[in-house]
Design a protein around this ligand. Sequence first.
Ligand code: PAF
Length: 284
Amino acid sequence: MITVSTIKELREYTKQWRREGLSIGLVPTMGYLHEGHRSLIDKAVKENDKVVVSIFVNPTQFGPNEDLSTYPRDIDRDKELCEKAGAAIVFNPEASEMYFNNANTYADVEKLTDGLCGLKRPGHFRGVCTIVSKLFNIVNPDRAYFGEKDAQQLAVIRRMVRDLNFDIEIIGCPIIREEDGLAKSSRNKYLSLEERAAATILNKSLMKSKEFLENGEISAEVIKSKIKAEIDSELLAKIDYIEIVDKYTLEPVRDIKSSILIAIAVFIGNTRLIDNFTFELEEK
Ligand code: PAF
């Protein structure tokens, strides 16, 4: 496995692979890799001849009061994980390599970014879509892999790829959880022991709501109030949002009639965590 830090060098490899008729998978990440990322890389390695993992903490997707400067980093461990998983290239550029000082062009997906994290983190998805578009243009992959934990991100990227005619298959991969149900996330590192224990409330509250759904509850308001009550019972937790939306349009639903996404964002101390699950109402 090789590590490259410039766009020029990366393109030399990917162009050569294309000439040889090899397929390319891209796994875009911000590093501090965990089993969730590993599952994306494993799938990419299975499905493509060559896999590029990008490791880039993308400044444009962080708000002014967010955790850009403290975002966890461990490039040596990340490279080891990528190598073991069978990636061909780790692309680890500096911010100055990825962005021109006077850049004026962005990729922005409307409507789907109006709610959920888009509402709470203004500009976040513009940053995500811009960097993902740039990576798509640089690597020119056949397939790109994203985790379902960032459900809105996945829906937004799928829409961007459709709307802008990127010839890339977007593959969503299931959430990987700790044994106690906490979704794996690089940000879990911020949690103290006490907060780590409290963080299980996200998944617990979602599982509770799933029971109500399975027992036939169809009111989104009722389900949301059950989730809220559960999270409020945890003293270290502060709700950022609880939303029930259509899985594809991300528009809020009143009654649960089709495929829905239940998405939550919760502060545990100062750490903002997200989790979600999708629910398909069975046809009767
Ligand atoms: O999901 C992430 O880690 C990031 O948002 C992504 C897709 C790598 C873009 O920076």
